[in-house]
Design a protein around this ligand. Structure first.
Ligand code: 9YT
Length: 140
């Protein structure tokens, strides 16, 4: 069993601040934990808009506080987000994430994030070293 607290993670290597200042990610479970997923708490700061496009990952996001919206850039649909809303990016969905009030999001990634990944200019994280195996497992 592994037990970690937010207090331990804040200010450690497991806390990653976005270069553009839009969010902070506290990474409770990472690739090295061999769980098959990574598990994070992300705070999306009020007044921000973030372009995200996880071309190499599936992400589930559950909002437990704050308010905002997600815009699906393929369909143009806008979905409000508040405490109790989950979205699953199961199709590498390119999107815009906007926060009106600081949003507290609980996120799970497959394949797992390995450490201190940061969005590139397209909002993408680099692929996991064994991305193909994870893709095969998802499709099996
Ligand atoms: C909700 C979301 O995707 N925010 C960006 C950061 C990401 N969740 C992370 O690395 O924790």
């Amino acid at each position: 069993m592994i037990v970690r607290t937010l207090k331990q993670i804040i200010g450690s290597e497991r806390e990653v601040h976005a270069d553009n200042g839009n969010w902070v990610s506290r990474r409770f479970v990472l690739n090295d934990d061999a769980a098959g997923f990574s598990f994070h708490e992300t705070i999306i700061y009020a007044g921000t808009e973030t372009h995200i496009w996880y071309k190499h990952h599936i992400e589930a996001v559950y909002c437990v506080g704050g308010e905002g919206e997600i815009e699906d850039l393929k369909t143009g649909e806008i979905h409000p987000i508040s405490d109790g809303t989950m979205y699953l990016l199961n199709d590498h969905d390119e999107h815009l994430l906007r926060a009106n009030k600081d949003m507290r999001m609980i996120c799970a990634f497959n394949p797992p994030i390995t450490g201190r990944e940061m969005h590139d200019e397209d909002g993408v994280y680099p692929p996991h070293p064994n991305a193909e195996k994870y893709e095969d497992a998802r499709n099996s």
